[in-house]
Each structure stands twice: as C-alpha cells, then as structure tokens.
Design a binder for this molecule. Structure first.
Ligand code: KIV
Ligand code: NA
Length: 275
C-alpha cells in the first residue's frame, strides 16, 4: 500500500468507503497496525492513561507526546500518522499553538496534528502555518470537567446545533477531518452530512465516515474503565498475564530453562579447579 494521504481520505468519503483509525503509542504497536492495513494512526493523548498510568490526559507533556510519536512513525510507514496536541499546548495563543504543532511535526515526525474543541481560530492559524489539522468535537476529554464528565454530548437540539456549527467552522478553517466523540448516532450522521471532510466517530454511531478506537481498549489491554462504545476484538491482557504466570511457574518448578535454551561448549570437568 502507498502512504495514506488527505486526498485519499477525501476520496474514500466521496466513494462511501469507510475509514479505519486506531491509536498506537510505540514501535511494536505501530508495526501491528501497519500489517493490519488500517488507514490512520492516532498517537492519542489517551497514552497518558493507557501507557503512562496517569488519571487523565491533562498531565501529559509535549515532550512525552513527541517521544511516543517517533517510534510510531518508524513502525508504520503507510498509515497517516496524527499526533495529538496535549492539554495546555494550544490554549494560550495562536503562536503557542503553532509552536507546539511545529514540534510534533518536526521532532515527532507525524503527518498531521489533532486538537480538541470548536476552535476554528487556532485550527486556522495552524493550517495557515502549513500543518494539516484534524478537529475533535463532541466529548473532548481534555476539558471533560467543563462538560459535566464523560457524558454523551449534543442530546438537546441546542447542543446538537452547536456541535454541527463547530464542525462547519472547523471545515471552513481548513481542518482535513474531524473526530466526533460520544454523540447520539443521528447527530453523528447529521455532522457527517453537514461537512465534506471525513468524520471519524468514536461512540458516534455507524454513519460517520470512519471509526476510531483506543488500541488498549479494543484489544483488552486496559480495563480501568471501558466505555460503552468500545468493542473488544481480543483479550491480549489476559494472554499476557497467562504467559507471565506460566513463566513464573516454570522458573519455580525448574521446567524453564530446558536443555534447548542452554549453551554447551565447556564441560563440568573442564571447569574443575576453576575456583
Ligand atoms: O487520545 C485519543 O485516544 C483520542 C481518541 C479517543 C479519538 O483522542
Ligand atoms: Na485525545
């Protein structure tokens, strides 16, 4: 497959070909996503919880984000790689936003950046600076406390209209795509019809142009909390624990290492008188 481009994603929307997207945060994960033929990788700030063990996304730094984008870029040459702007890296000024978007692109090596919220001013400034931007509306985890927690967004007509307006404003500002998180299925459809750029849903129903899930959620590697919209495609965490337990047991019993894991080359007799 050739490198996935913005043009390709737009064509996929026009042809009603669904777009697949998943997060990844390190080299082996990126290699697996490359092999699976998924179109977009998000190095999401969800890594703050899934990989770094933080309570939320707020503490994650741009340096940490860059450190995780780099190995993903090495492991996945084909998918488009989107780096997430971390909390506090784009809320001071347009200059600050451009500065940190530049860092993700130059130091991390990603193809595009994503940022949360209906902020066409910031998105426009970054696009103007030459950096492709993916928007993110509906439930925006970085500011979830302002939204009343991790709740479905846009359930009233007024709230739904605001989210549709945000989507249109982000498109007008030059965003190449929008992630739509945790909204009613019919609002997911309405947003998707309201814009000509691809929408990628997470908990937004079946009618968005594509879907995204968090790697650790969909593969069963993180179970501190699993939202309703997550589907489990594997239980890798259970397999890891099983493997580790077996290893521990075999060390204790002496079953590991066996002869085939050991090296010859010198005998016990040869070593007589060693000490
Ligand atoms: O950080 C993340 O994983 C995300 C996705 C849930 C869209 O922003
Ligand atoms: Na995110």
């Amino acid at each position: 497959m050739t490198k996935v481009t913005i043009q390709k994603l737009r064509e996929m929307k026009q042809k009603e070909e669904k777009i697949s997207m998943v997060t990844a945060y390190d080299y082996p994960q990126a290699c697996f996503v490359e092999k699976a033929g998924i179109e977009i990788i998000l190095v999401g700030d969800s890594l703050s919880m899934t990989v770094l063990g933080n309570e939320g996304t707020v503490p994650l730094t741009t340096d940490e984000m860059i450190a995780h984008i780099k190995p993903v870029v090495k492991g996945a040459p084909t998918p488009m790689i989107v780096g997430d702007m971390v909390f506090g890296s784009y809320n001071e000024s347009r200059e600050q936003a451009i500065h940190n978007a530049n860092r993700l692109m130059k130091e991390g090596g990603c193809d595009a950046i994503k940022l949360e919220g209906g902020r066409p001013d910031i998105v426009g400034a970054i696009v103007e600076a030459g950096i492709p931007v993916q928007g993110h509306i509906g439930l925006t985890p970085q500011t979830s406390s302002l939204l009343g927690g991790f709740k479905v967004q846009g359930k009233s007509l007024e709230a739904a209209q605001k989210i549709v307006n945000d989507a249109k404003a982000l498109e007008a500002a030059g965003a190449f795509s929008i992630v739509v998180e945790c909204v009613p299925e019919e609002l997911g459809r309405a947003i998707t019809q309201a814009v000509s750029i691809p929408t990628i849903g997470i908990g937004a129903g079946a009618h968005t142009d594509g879907q995204v899930l968090v790697y650790h959620d969909m593969l069963g590697m993180f179970d501190k909390f699993v939202p309703k919209f997550v589907k489990r495609y594997a239980n890798i965490g259970d397999q890891i624990v099983e493997g580790l337990e077996k290893y521990r047991d075999e060390i204790k019993s002496g079953a590991f290492p066996a002869k085939e894991h050991a090296f010859g080359g010198i005998t016990r007799e040869d070593l007589d008188g060693l000490i």
